[in-house]
Write a protein that binds this ligand. Structure first.
Ligand SMILES: *Cc1c(COP(=O)(O)O)cnc(C)c1O
Length: 397
């Protein structure tokens, strides 16, 4: 048996690779540099271009560019009208921001358990949690796979709920042939460097609802409007603008928008490569009983952001922690996505008990994400597979 690197053996590879990284090419650099010397570096034409391009890619009527994905979620929650006393149903297996946006508005996140095979929020669990206080759902397309949008939209329709789709992982994904971004009431994207397309920090909300769009645009800039029809004291004075509610400065710069435009043009090739990597991993792990491959629902044509390695720990003589550390030592560095949101001590202090979502907790305790990104070569993927197989062979019961 090969000695694991963690016990002094030779690591599978010399140079470490991580679970995600950006791909910035010369055309991206040129787009940013040319914007820096243009007339506008913020509030200019590139932000408009980016919003137009987002509408083209997602098929949504409207897009609002903002400074990060969390800001997109915050403004969506505000535009949805969430407030104190309201309950909003959220997936527990997500980045904390998906629930924090509900807290920002003073509303209460209610965590619905996930499906054991897709790891996405389970519509049946959502149904069980609906009360007269329920106002909306924040559904997360975890790893990039679309949630069961038909079922969830049906629940929203029956109970008059607003659906916010957290598609931070899902740029490029289609549901029943329709791009994510044009389906929920509001869809939020993140353009952080680990996501499929990036502009450093950035985000966006897409919607087909003109009223929500106008509200989001206003909230992005302090709650200030230049549209007389939205003012309490309209005038035709050229300088006049009016703050009609409390908003934020969540704007994106033009050079970031230029970077995102450049990246979005390359989305098809990013999608293609991510799908190839998923296929290589799926094939390598398909016949290994120690590993559970994530189930794909046929409705979702997925641009995968994360590749989850889920362990059947009962078939291994190691813990998740030992497996993770062993993989790390082989220089094929994983990460864990995510701690159930309500296990964070902030949420624990709010009174959410352990055991709330058993599937989510079991998922967390047996999973890690392995490298997947555009510039990962077949050789890199094979290194990761070799490392996983080496560790499984070592700990196999
Ligand atoms: C990355 C991410 C966010 C937050 O996006 P930022 O741009 O980092 O603020 C929100 N939700 C999910 C699921 C994410 O992965």
């Amino acid at each position: 048996m090969e000695e694991l690197a963690i016990f002094g053996g030779k690591p599978v590879r010399e140079k470490a690779i991580y679970y995600g990284r950006q791909c910035i090419e010369q055309d991206d650099v040129d787009a940013v540099v040319s914007t820096l010397t243009s007339d506008f570096i913020t509030c200019g034409p590139r932000v408009k271009d980016m919003e137009k391009q987002l509408c083209e890619v997602t098929g949504a009527k409207y897009a609002v560019a903002v400074c990060n994905g969390t800001a997109a979620l915050h403004l969506s929650a505000m535009a949805a009208g969430f407030g104190p006393g309201d309950e909003v149903i959220v997936s527990p297996i997500t980045f904390a921001a998906s629930a924090n946006c509900v807290r920002y508005c003073g509303a209460t996140p209610v965590f619905a358990d996930i499906d054991n095979e897709t790891y996405n929020i389970d519509p049946e669990c959502i149904r069980k949690l609906i009360t007269p206080k329920t106002k909306g759902i924040v559904a997360v397309d975890f790893t990039g796979q679309a949630v069961k949008l038909d079922e969830i939209r049906q629940i929203c329709k029956e109970h008059g709920l607003i659906l916010i789709e957290d598609a931070a992982h899902a740029m490029g994904t289609k549901y029943k042939g329709q791009p994510v971004g044009s389906i929920a009431d509001m869809t939020c994207f993140s353009f952080h460097p680990v996501k499929t397309v990036t502009c450093g920090e950035g985000g966006a909300i897409t919607t087909n609802d003109e009223e929500l769009y106008r509200h989001l645009m206003r909230l992005r800039t302090h709650g200030i409007t230049r549209d007389p029809s939205e003012m309490a004291h309209p005038t035709d004075a050229l300088w006049y603008n009016e703050q009609v509610e409390l908003g934020f400065n969540y704007r994106l710069t033009d050079f970031q928008a230029a970077l995102l435009c450049s990246q979005l043009k390359k989305l098809p090739k990013y999608t293609k490569r991510r799908k190839e990597i998923v296929k290589l991993y799926d094939e390598a792990f398909a016949d290994m009983p120690e590993i559970q491959v994530q189930k794909e629902i046929p409705e979702s044509d997925t641009t995968r952001h994360l590749y989850v390695l889920r362990l059947h720990l009962e078939k291994l003589s190691c813990t998740r922690r030992q497996f993770f550390d062993a993989l790390y030592a082989e220089n094929t560095c994983p990460q864990v996505h995510y701690l159930p949101v309500y296990w964070h001590s902030y949420y624990e202090k709010l009174g959410y008990p352990k055991g709330l979502c058993p599937n989510a907790e079991a998922y967390y305790e047996s999973s890690m994400s392995i490298p997947i990104y555009y510039s990962l070569t077949d050789e890199d993927v094979n290194d990761v597979i070799r490392a996983v197989k080496k560790i499984v062979a070592y700990y196999r019961k």
